[in-house]
Design a protein around this ligand. Structure first.
Ligand SMILES: Cc1cc2nc3c(=O)[nH]c(=O)nc-3n(C[C@H](O)[C@H](O)[C@H](O)COP(=O)(O)OP(=O)(O)OC[C@H]3O[C@@H](n4cnc5c(N)ncnc54)[C@H](O)[C@@H]3O)c2cc1C
Length: 443
């Protein structure tokens, strides 16, 4: 067997070359094998997981990528198949989420009861939000900020939707064209006739998927996928280019050439451009996509508040974008104190589109800014555990996404990425499953 051959080839199955072993590439490899296809997966670095990366510092689990995932759709089944159900720690249902606005934390209305009681919105703001079904449909030519403001009112946008939606991408919704950032939402609205109606129906339906974090870190999910499929995954094998080979393609990876029937690229935009440029010169445009760089400061603190964390409203005199209360929400082995307080790790996010400049500060300064602001917001002292500057940021979904207009890949070459489709881990796994089903069927 040559070095280019995986050691358990599936006879007769579609041979799929997968570029990248982040969660998308790992899940795709898993589903392709389940479907009887014949994947071979190349990862540039020496570890699987990509953005999903956990680190243990002084006994604390620190997440450098996803802080928590919603166990929904195919991801829930995948976690069960991998035997990880017991390792998935669920946050209590209906834990609150907060927005820091006008000097204090205010509860995000995620239930009908909190909609009535929250002081994040005035009564006038709440009534305006309820008028959403009477507004004109979302227009892809608007920005996300314009669309949300027009449909839900300025107060709901500035106090709730802007901080939550912008926070997902570390972006400013005023810079995010709806055509790219809200494509799914616009589709949902045209199906349902409203955005509020399906949200309320979901709230009234009661049952929602649990939000989980994995014991020992979310990287556990990537490790389990890798362990289950390791004979098909080659670490430290960056793919350099894809060539048309007449019947199928050739992947050039670290001096080796591998023949495949189909190619799926899951790598970040600039790496995907490098890999695809030879077979599709237009792919060079992927390099134009902007990512929002981040720093994370991990703090250990004790407090009596329950919740998942908070986002900071734009315009507040803080440089922190938001804080995930991972320790208190998921325990990670720490028991509540006798007085009900919880101690644990809090991840503070800094930077993103609103404040790239803060990343020019030293680690000591970032740590000081995050700690002082956290202490002021929470009214409790905090100790700095670690400062991380991950090499990846959030895909910005800003005006640079026009670079994707009219971009297509040759037949048999596919992009399955968090910048051409949705970003969350459940959505990455769902896309991997759909694509595996199609490829295994020879579509
Ligand atoms: C800071 C942060 C926080 C997040 N928080 C959450 C959250 O709380 N919940 C949630 O659901 N989602 C969250 N997300 C989103 C989610 O984690 C990511 O969208 C998802 O993990 C991306 O996975 P991926 O496999 O598509 O891409 P990646 O993780 O980027 O994987 C791509 C892989 O391709 C490899 N590669 C690159 N070039 C090559 C090459 N030439 N050859 C071979 N391999 C190559 C890379 O090394 C990498 O391993 C977060 C994202 C970020 C950045």
């Amino acid at each position: 067997m040559s070095d280019g051959e995986p050691d358990d080839r599936t006879e007769g199955g579609t041979r799929v070359g997968v570029v990248g072993a982040g969660v998308t590439g790992l899940a795709l490899t898993h589903y392709l094998r389940e479907q009887g296809a014949d994947p071979v997966t190349f990862e540039a670095t020496d570890r699987p997981g990509g953005v999903v990366q956990s680190k243990v510092v002084d006994g604390h689990v620190l997440e450098q990528g996803p802080q928590r995932v919603r166990l929904s759709g195919p991801l829930a089944d995948l976690v069960a198949d991998l035997g990880l159900v017991d390792a998935a720690v669920a946050a209590d249902a209906d834990l609150p989420l907060y927005v820091y606005a006008d000097g204090r934390l205010r509860q995000v209305p995620l239930s009908l009861q909190t909609f009535l009681t929250t002081d994040l919105l005035s009564w006038r703001g709440k009534l305006r939000l309820l008028k959403e079904p009477l507004t004109d449909a979302g227009d892809p030519r608007e920005t996300a900020a314009e669309l949300f403001t027009r449909k839900f009112g300025r107060e709901a946008y500035e106090n709730v939707i802007g901080p939550l939606f912008g926070g997902i991408f570390g972006s400013d919704p005023a810079r995010m064209p709806a055509a790219y950032a809200l494509e799914n939402l616009i589709r949902l609205e045209s199906r349902e006739g409203s955005l509020l109606k399906p949200a309320v129906q979901r709230l009234l339906g009661g049952e929602s998927s649990p939000t989980v974090a994995f014991e020992d870190g979310n990287e556990r999910l990537a490790e389990a996928l890798y362990e289950a499929n390791s004979e098909r995954i080659r670490l430290e094998r960056p793919v350099e280019t894809v060539r048309d080979a007449g019947e199928g393609f050739e992947l050039q990876a670290d001096g080796e050439s591998v023949a495949v029937d189909e190619v799926v690229v899951t790598a970040p935009a600039d790496a995907a451009a490098d890999v695809l440029e030879r077979i599709e010169p237009d792919a060079a445009r992927l390099r134009e996509l902007t990512y929002n760089p981040l720093a994370m400061v991990y703090l250990r603190a004790t407090h009596g508040r329950e919740g998942l964390g908070y986002r900071v409203r734009y315009g507040e005199p803080l440089r922190t974008l938001g804080v995930s209360w991972n320790g208190p929400a998921f325990g990670h082995g720490e028991r509540p104190g006798a007085d009900g307080t919880r101690t644990g790790v809090h991840t503070c996010f800094l930077g993103g589109m609103p404040d790239r400049e803060v990343l020019e500060q030293s680690d000591d300064d970032l740590a000081r800014i995050a700690r002082e602001e956290f202490e002021a917001v929470m009214g409790t002292s905090a100790a700095v555990i670690h400062v991380a500057r991950p090499e990846w940021g959030f895909p910005a979904y800003d005006e640079s996404w026009t670079a994707l207009d009219g971009l297509s890949t040759p037949g048999g070459v596919h992009l399955a990425t968090n910048y051409t489709a949705r970003m969350g881990v459940p959505a990455r796994v769902r896309e991997a499953k759909r694509l595996a089903d199609r490829l295994a069927d020879g579509e």
